[in-house]
Design a protein. Structure first.
Length: 251
């Protein structure tokens, strides 16, 4: 079901004290309408704290930044989708550009991760996005089409409905440069049409598509006002409660 979401991806930031402070300062946040959701996505080791501190708030959920493509077994250092679900996570980010770039995750691996997440009732937040060179050379739609089809288009109509999409142009992540609301809208519309062509118009209309990449209180309202933008995946600005909640207020 199409939802409005603001999700905070902490990446590899904050110590335990800072994590607890941030969680405590957002735990009572309430949206005016019930169809909106705040999602907190801390590093694995803070998931238990996050779940415990936030569990009394029905509008806040917790997600993980990654999961293994394997079910279980001898994979030192890995965390399975089943473990995350068992702990109480609702979401898991899959295919973030930092995972693609630094950990060489490709379509084949991401497809397995998506399958694991769905199998264990976690909602994947599936990220896609082009580099600056790809946009400059007008390859961005082709790149997005390939990232999306390789990891998602094997899914049934029933399962594609479980995916939350996130468009995150690599050139906008952590750079302070945001896609303009028009650029983001055009790309979100492309993603929605892609889903409509592969699946159905109805499924495309029901899909939540988040924008990520230097989203902050100053530009969130404009981005969220676009018809195909259903909220944001927030990195840097999710590390402080005032900026994170200001973005939530913009939803
Ligand atoms: P940013 O990161 O908001 O710091 O640009 C977004 C993301 O990578 O999810």
């Amino acid at each position: 079901m199409r939802k409005k979401i603001v999700a905070g991806n902490w990446k590899m930031n904050l110590n335990l004290t800072e994590a607890n402070e941030l969680l405590t300062s957002i735990k009572d946040y309430a949206f005016a309408s019930k169809d909106k959701e705040l999602v907190v996505i801390p590093p694995y080791i803070y998931l238990t704290e996050a779940i415990n501190i936030l569990k009394s708030n029905p509008q806040i959920s917790v997600g993980a930044q990654n999961c293994s493509q394997f079910e279980n077994g001898a994979y030192t250092g890995e965390i399975s989708a089943e473990m995350l679900a068992d702990l109480g996570c609702k979401y898991v980010i899959i295919g973030h550009s930092e995972r693609r770039q630094y950990f060489k995750e490709n379509g084949k691996t991401l497809k397995l991760k998506v399958n694991e997440a769905i199998k264990h009732n976690l909602t994947p937040i599936y990220c896609c996005g082009e580099t600056l060179e790809e946009r400059k050379s007008n390859q961005h739609f082709k790149v997005l089409g390939s990232q999306i089809s390789k990891a998602l288009f094997h899914l049934s109509k029933q399962d594609i409905r479980k995916i939350v999409m996130a468009y995150e142009p690599v050139w906008a992540i952590g750079t302070g440069v945001t896609a303009s609301a028009q650029e983001a809208q055009e790309t979100h519309n492309f993603i929605r049409n892609l889903i409509a062509t592969k699946y159905t118009e109805t499924i495309a209309k029901e899909t939540t598509i988040l924008y990520g990449g230097s989203c902050k209180p100053e530009n969130a309202k404009d981005l969220f006002a676009q018809k195909d933008i259903d909220g944001g995946l927030i990195g840097g600005a999710s590390l402080k409660s005032d900026s994170f909640l200001a973005i939530a207020n913009a939803l």
